[in-house]
Each structure stands twice: as C-alpha cells, then as structure tokens.
Design a protein. Structure first.
Length: 289
C-alpha cells in the first residue's frame, strides 16, 4: 500500500521482541506492559504522565491514517523503538523517555503521549521513506526496469512474487537473520515470507476499479508496490482474519507476534522501514545491508 510512514530507527527494544515462538495466528506475544518493569523503569516524578498514558492507550480518539481509531496500543512497539526505551508504555520510565524525546522536538516535555505528539512521530518518519518523499513532491514513481522473481519458497504459501533485485537481496539477508536469531521464527515456514511484492500499476488500477476501495486507507491509487521495493511480509494474523486485514483487532494481534517485534527492532539494519498502519508492510529504502 502507498501510505504515509510512521516510525523508524533508534536503539532497540530487545526486552519485547526475542520472545521465541512462531509468527502465526497462535503466536501472539504478551503486550509490553505484561512484562515486569525493570528497576531502571521506576523513575520518580512521572506518575501523572504515566497515568495519562495508561488511560489514553485504549481510549484516545484520533485519525492518524484517514480513519477513526481508538487508542494507540497498535503503535506502542514502534514508539518504544523511536524513543529508545524498553519500559512498559504505561509506566514512569516510558514517560521519562518520551519527555526527553519531546524536548528535542519543540514539544511540551511532559511525557504525555498526546495526539499532537503521536502525529509528530508520524510526520518525522515520513521523510525516512523515499516513496513518501516522491508522492509528497507530486511524483508517482515509475516501475523499475528490472524486477526479479523470488523463489517459490520465499512467497507465502509458495506464491510467486517479484521485487527489485537489490531489495530482494536485502529482504533475504533480513529474513535469514531473523530465523537465526529467533528459534520461533525459524520454526514457522511462513514467518516473514512475502505475500505481495511488486505490483504493476495496471494491476492496482484494475483492483481499484473492481473493489472500489482506493480511498488512500485500504488501497492507494499510487502504490509503493509499483516500485519493487515494498514487501508485504507474513507476521501472523488473528484467528478469523487474513494476513492483510486492516481490522484493528488483527493489527493489534500482529504487533504482538515475535516476527513483528523482531522487525521493529532490526529491520533498519537491512534498510527496511514500516508503514505503521499495516504491520505487514515494509519498504526498502535503498540502503545496502
């Protein structure tokens, strides 16, 4: 999907990613706040901010990506990554880390994750995605001259997929690293396989016409997939949903899987950034691993 980006790199969140188990529908990991906070996360003076964050986590009404959402729990792993903390998002350590991040970006350093702060996260990360820079300038990127077919084993369920050669090489290195580092990911043959890579503009146009959903949220008329650098990766799904369902329940489930948590921490090492509305959608920035 051709969507605006959200969050990118900084120090990792190792506490909440390498939890083992496969990336499929039965592998949801506990939310970050279910892990006992470390002593380093118990910082005095941030109780009010942490209480505010705990309340807004599941109640904040906002429209970050063109449709109404309630709460920001889906984006919590990316936010933890961005502000370089492993502290639970409802705790004082998280609020303190957030305040430090806010103070460097002309935001009130109060440690409260307000809608304005959330939208600042999104705005800052847009520049990290070359595709977003292009469409912001009014340019819909053309299809590259060379597209490579991935091996059948690299497509989810043996599906045939294509990508730019350099992007495919970067994905291969990333997937190999994930499987080497997390036994649960290695145990699931579908984990981090590609279920959608390059899509021709004519194919996307036909789907827009057939499905009538090119609203910029579910589907975009100018898609990052036309560049051959975008890959929809299998990170699991909630029971009863598909691997690319945008239902909030499904997206939240995905953000708790070992595959997604590993990507949040490590994908930047291989030049990939996430479109936060879709936990499965990752784009190669052109950086060679």
């Amino acid at each position: 999907m051709a969507k605006l980006g959200f969050l990118g790199s900084l120090a990792g969140v190792a506490l909440i990613v390498g939890l083992g188990s496969a990336a499929g529908a039965s592998t949801a990991q506990p939310a970050p706040d279910l892990a006992p906070p470390s002593l380093a996360c118990r910082i005095e003076g941030w109780t009010a901010a942490s209480e505010s964050n705990a309340a807004s986590l599941t109640t904040l009404l906002w429209r970050p990506f063109g449709r109404d959402e309630v709460g920001w729990e889906i984006y919590a792993p990316l936010i933890q990554r961005e502000i370089a903390t492993t502290c639970p998002v409802t705790g004082e350590g998280f609020a303190a880390a957030l305040a430090a991040w806010q103070s460097t970006r002309n935001l009130p350093g109060d440690g409260v994750l307000s809608e304005a702060t959330l939208l600042q996260f999104k705005a800052q990360a847009q520049a990290r995605r070359p595709f977003v820079a292009a469409i912001t300038a009014g340019i819909c990127p053309e299809t590259p001259d060379l597209i490579t077919e991935a091996a059948r084993s690299e497509g989810t369920g043996g599906k045939t997929v294509w990508m730019q050669p350099a992007a495919l090489r970067a994905w291969r290195a990333m997937a190999a690293a994930a499987r080497a580092e997390v036994p649960g990911i290695a145990a699931d043959p579908d984990a981090l396989t590609i279920f959608s890579g390059y899509r021709s503009p004519s194919l996307d146009a036909a789907r827009c016409l057939a499905e009538g959903n090119c609203d910029g949220v579910v589907r975009a008329r100018c898609s990052a997939h036309r560049t051959g650098t975008a890959a929809d990766l299998y990170v699991g799904h909630a029971p009863g949903y598909s691997a690319d369902s945008t239902a909030d329940e499904n997206r939240l489930f995905m953000t708790r899987t070992a595959a997604y948590r590993w990507l949040v921490t490590n994908a930047a090492r291989f030049g990939f950034v996430n479109y936060a509305f879709e936990p499965w959608h990752w784009e190669w920035t052109g950086e060679t691993p």
